[in-house]
Design a protein around this ligand. Structure first.
Ligand SMILES: Cc1ncc(COP(=O)(O)O)c(C=O)c1O
Length: 481
């Protein structure tokens, strides 16, 4: 049975249930499986015509033993997790007409219209499933750049065993994203807007790590997290790479490139693990906005924190791609003592410059690009004008990077660009891109659920960055009384 250990090497191996419910490993590291299961080309061929949930069942079964979750239970959990999706195929592909070898993987048909729904619904259901069995209550806390929060809040509605706290940087997400969290009336969901965060959502990640470090508080609240620090999120996100691959290639076995708009590297960590498990990937294209943190890592070998820049693709305004450490653990051959030392160095100095051998072992098979707001908006406009297809700013970052790097891709290899959010979550960007007024936005820039959220009052907890440590702690403790 696969067990789970910290990528920093501390603590004892734990089982799947513990890894999920703990969130962070006991030494503050990220849980990783002791081995990555392999998926053969023959298996992939058998899955060629499977639905998304069928592929998900096969991939997850490699990580979850039947004695932990029985076949019937896992199938039911998957069915429940995707029942609120708006598209019958759950994750359809769109073939770009203006760029014949480019495809768009539409990951935004879930209840809160971003790719976060794909893994979040399942992970929250998994929490509730384990807690119900144990007869326990838990508090989960997540930080969001605008999409994780709505997905976690929505998935938690009606989950009797969970209280869910979503923290967001108040001025740095769109009103549409905020309303997706604050118009939920479920008594177990709490949305907290934090004003004046100098480093955006990264500040909130630091606060969460801090709360986890306080053993008494963690125990009092029975605290966990469903950010992509949680192994369950990364594991579940491997599935859309397998499914997208099967949907796109003509012949199973041929390589496929993936262009991924990236921030904390959760999504691309999942893709990278899928490749290590056997998925035939040509190149991964890391698409950064001007915050460029992953570009620096993958082109110069430098992990460095700079000041945040507010970009149109705001959900990837991230400075610390913490899931890179989870990927690096595998890329260098499972050496936790090295990961621990690099993380300590980063925490002390704000910078790690990787040695040549390490850089070569983690950067092979990756291309990276930094996309400006001007380029992002120009791509939205040109794709819309050419084929009346509307990209959101994040998908536009991915498509632009794929275009820019096309000469470095093998000819005749297809490229799947991950569309991680619905354009209706970013109306101001779409308005700027198309040069129209809000009232003139095309129908595809709207969604009924976002329009409906405008008709509800918001319920917000709010505090200032300066006081957030005490304020959030107190609110969480009060909610227990
Ligand atoms: C729309 C959108 N695209 C891309 C990302 C980046 O994903 P990751 O942080 O896993 O790299 C996010 C996450 O915050 C997102 O909300």
């Amino acid at each position: 049975m696969i067990q789970f250990v910290s990528n920093k090497g501390g603590g004892q191996p734990v089982d799947f249930e513990t890894a999920i419910l703990d969130g962070f490993a006991s030494d503050g590291g990220l849980y990783v499986p002791t081995e990555l299961p392999k998926i053969s080309i023959e298996e992939l061929r058998q899955w060629k015509d499977y639905s998304y949930t069928e592929v998900a069942y096969e991939v997850l079964s490699k990580f979850i033993d039947k004695t932990v979750i029985a076949e019937k239970e896992l199938k039911q959990l998957l069915a429940d997790s995707f029942s609120a999706f708006y598209h019958p195929q759950l994750i359809p592909n769109y073939a770009l007409k203006s760029a014949p070898s480019f495809y768009i993987q539409e990951l935004f048909h879930g209840p809160t219209l971003s790719f976060k729904d794909v893994a979040m619904g399942f992970v929250v259901n998994l929490f509730n499933f384990f807690l119900k069995k144990r007869g326990e209550q838990m508090s989960i806390i997540v930080a969001t750049t605008g999409d994780t929060g709505p997905a976690a809040a929505h998935a938690s509605i009606g989950k009797a065993h969970l209280n869910t706290w979503v923290l967001y940087p108040k001025e740095l997400i769109t009103e549409e994203q905020e309303r997706q969290m604050t118009t939920i009336s479920a008594p177990n969901v709490f949305a907290v807007g934090v004003s004046n965060c100098p480093d955006g959502a990264d500040d909130l990640d630091v606060l969460i790590a801090d709360l986890f470090g306080d053993k008494a508080f963690k125990q009092q609240l029975n605290l966990s997290s469903v950010n992509s620090i949680n192994w369950g999120r990364v594991m579940m996100q491997t599935v859309h790479y397998f499914y997208g691959y099967l949907q796109t290639v003509d012949r199973v076995g041929e390589p496929l490139n993936f262009a991924v708009p990236s921030g904390a590297f959760g999504n691309l960590c999942a893709g990278s693990l899928a490749r290590m498990m056997g998925l035939p990937v040509g190149k991964f294209i890391i698409a950064n906005n001007q915050n460029a943190c992953l570009h620096r890592i993958f082109t110069q070998g430098i992990f460095l924190k700079k000041d945040i820049i507010a970009c149109q693709a705001s959900a990837i305004d991230i400075l610390i791609p913490y899931n890179f450490w989870r990927y690096l653990y595998f890329a260098i051959g499972q050496k936790p003592e090295k990961i621990k030392a690099w993380i300590a160095e980063f925490e002390k100095t704000g910078k790690v410059h990787f040695d040549r051998a390490t850089f070569e072992s983690f950067s092979k098979g990756y291309l990276a690009d930094v996309i400006s707001d001007e380029q992002t908006l120009a791509t939205i406009k040109s794709v819309f004008e050419k084929e009346a297809y509307l990209l959101d700013p994040h998908a536009a970052v991915a498509v632009t990077a794929a275009h820019n790097l096309a000469s470095k891709l093998s000819p005749n290899t297809k490229t799947l660009c991950l569309a991680t959010a619905h354009p209706c979550k970013f109306p101001e960007s779409i308005k700027l891109a198309l040069g129209v007024e809000l009232e003139e936005l095309p129908a595809t820039a709207k969604h009924e659920s976002v329009e409906e959220a405008k008709m509800h009052c918001q319920r917000i907890y709010s505090c200032d960055y300066e006081n957030m440590k005490t304020a959030i702690r107190r609110s969480m403790q009060n909610s227990m009384n």
